[in-house]
Design a protein around this ligand. Structure first.
Ligand SMILES: [Zn+2]
Length: 341
């Protein structure tokens, strides 16, 4: 969040984090410090044009309140949900943004702001934010895995986001962790993917199927129309000592460990960072720390000992700000590369 006492280092970079519910806008300085920030509803079922047009005037006003002008902004970075075509600078068909389908966002934002625009996946942007100034800042390669409604992922190796040939290079939520006939179905429609087990949606699905054989669990009280079962309810019940909820958290750690083991063998990054709302309290709580220990133990059990000895898994630091900070950071990285040519 903005801090008026800070001295900011020019040039500035604008990050735009487009989500199905909100658009978060933030200007950060050359060190990643937030100069100003705002957010507004994305109105994802309508044409994006009015939304894109209001970004520059809004930021000009916020910057002038801080004693800066839009001329101080060197470049813009924008992240959106997939599927997308990064090379062509356009969204494809994100299911929760029907009004934005096939929108050429890079070109439109470039003409609306008059600045060069770097376009990326929202999870890649969040990963870059953690890599630049968050939990990954001391590492030259890292993977951010976000546990929320789904499982998102961004892979950064030496300043570069691994986007792949078709803009879907870091879809780690769809790593296959279960090939049995009973495997859970993922939101993408395929069976046995990590997201079907370790996301909030997956945790609720596993909790519901376990409840009938655990009538003693306090989660039965949460599974009503007035208070539907949620990953947060599972976390709170586990915190209060409910045996079924604790088992669900332990299993979530194990499923995530399987996904991380696969990634460790493919990418061998210096660190894995866990972000998103499903953190079981994070490193400030015993439950969160035991979840993290469970992830590390299961990963170590499955990977080469040499990788296990070096394994680092930590919680993310930037929360919901990671997306706009990382989008701005990627724009900065691109800007510096262009300037040095
Ligand atoms: Zn899937």
């Amino acid at each position: 969040m903005p801090d008026n006492k800070k001295v900011f280092s020019l040039p500035l970079f604008l990050g735009v984090d487009v989500g199905g519910t909100n658009i978060k806008l933030g200007v950060v300085d050359d060190l990643g410090q937030t100069v100003c920030y705002t957010k507004f509803p994305s109105q994802a079922d309508q044409s994006p044009e009015p939304t894109i047009q209001q970004i520059r005037p809004l930021i000009e006003k916020l910057l002038s309140e801080q004693g800066y002008s839009f001329d101080d902004v060197a470049a813009v970075g924008v992240g959106t949900p997939g599927p997308m075509d990064i090379e062509r600078g356009r969204l494809l068909t994100p299911y929760n943004m029907p009004g934005w389908h096939h929108y050429p966002i890079r070109e439109k934002l470039q003409s609306a702001t008059g600045k060069p625009v770097t376009y990326t996946n929202d999870a890649g942007a969040a990963a870059f934010g953690e890599y630049w100034i968050g939990s990954g800042r001391q590492y030259s390669s890292m993977i951010l895995i976000t546990l929320g409604t789904g499982v998102g992922c961004g892979i950064i190796v030496q300043d570069v986001s691994i986007d792949g040939a078709h803009s879907h290079g870091a879809e780690c939520g769809h790593i296959i962790i279960d090939t049995s006939p009973e495997a859970l179905i993922c939101s993408c429609g395929k069976a046995g993917h990590l997201e079907a087990y370790a996301s909030a949606t997956g945790i609720v699905a596993r909790a519901k199927s376990a409840l009938c054989s655990h009538p003693e669990s306090t989660l039965n009280g949460s599974n009503k129309e007035s208070s539907p079962l949620s990953a947060l309810a599972v976390s709170q019940a586990a915190d209060a000592g409910d045996a079924l909820a604790l088992e669900l958290v332990k299993e979530t750690a194990e499923y995530l460990g399987r996904g991380i083991a696969t990634l460790a063998h493919i990418i061998d990054p210096e660190a894995f960072i866990l972000g998103g709302a499903v953190d079981f309290g994070g490193d400030k709580t015993p439950l969160g720390r035991s979840f993290l220990d469970g992830v590390i133990a299961e990963t170590r059990r499955l990977i080469f000992p040499v990788l296990g000895a070096e394994l680092v898994v930590n919680f993310a630091k930037l929360g919901g700000d990671a997306g706009f900070i990382g989008a701005a950071g990627m724009a900065r990285s691109q800007f510096k590369k262009s300037a040095s040519l």
